[in-house]
Design a protein around this ligand. Structure first.
Ligand code: HEC
Length: 146
């Protein structure tokens, strides 16, 4: 069934991205304007730390309207004790965001561009209300409250 094959492919894509392109994401710059373990305003977690790769960083710093293909944004979600609970990511591929949810031990839970997956639809629905390029943090008046 094509539907299942597509899902399996998406998970394989994310496994590859996680393994080969996100190895050192903890050393990437923070999303400009954000802080480590900042208080989250989303249902994600109580605290989040958001890293961006250099392409994403450059796009944000140059005030682009959207991030270019290859951009990766990773949000580490922490509970109140600052124990990591999940890793949310998105990568721009063929001008669309590819979304993913990974457990702290590296298990791929969900991955894909959209539709087939109920949870991803929720990600996209909420992120489509973001000010710029499905990215809630990408606004001028960000004021991290932590
Ligand atoms: C109900 C709204 C909502 C849903 C659902 C949601 N997010 Fe977010 N997301 C946010 C907000 C708001 C932020 C800004 C940081 C914060 O306050 O947590 C954010 C931040 C992020 C970031 C950091 C970059 C950015 O966009 O600001 C990533 C990556 C991300 N979310 C991925 C996901 C993924 C993957 C899912 C689905 C598994 C998801 N989100 C579901 C609201 C949402």
């Amino acid at each position: 069934m094509i539907y299942l094959a597509d899902c399996a492919d998406d998970k394989a894509i994310l496994a590859n991205i996680y393994r080969y392109q996100m190895t050192d994401y903890g050393n990437w710059p923070l999303f400009p304007g954000s802080t480590k373990f900042m208080k989250s305003e989303s249902p994600h977690a109580l605290h989040i730390t958001v890293h961006v790769n250099s392409m994403a960083f450059d796009a944000i710093e140059s005030n682009a309207q959207a991030m270019p293909n290859g951009s990766i944004v990773v949000a580490d979600n922490y509970n109140d004790n600052l124990i990591i609970e999940s890793i949310l990511m998105k990568k721009k591929i063929t001008n669309r965001w590819f979304w993913g949810l990974i457990t702290p031990n590296g298990t791929i839970e969900s991955a894909g561009f959209d539709s087939n997956n109920r949870m991803l639809v929720e990600c996209i629905n909420c992120h489509s209300t973001a000010p710029r390029d499905f990215t809630h943090l990408w606004q001028s008046e960000i004021a991290p409250n932590q």
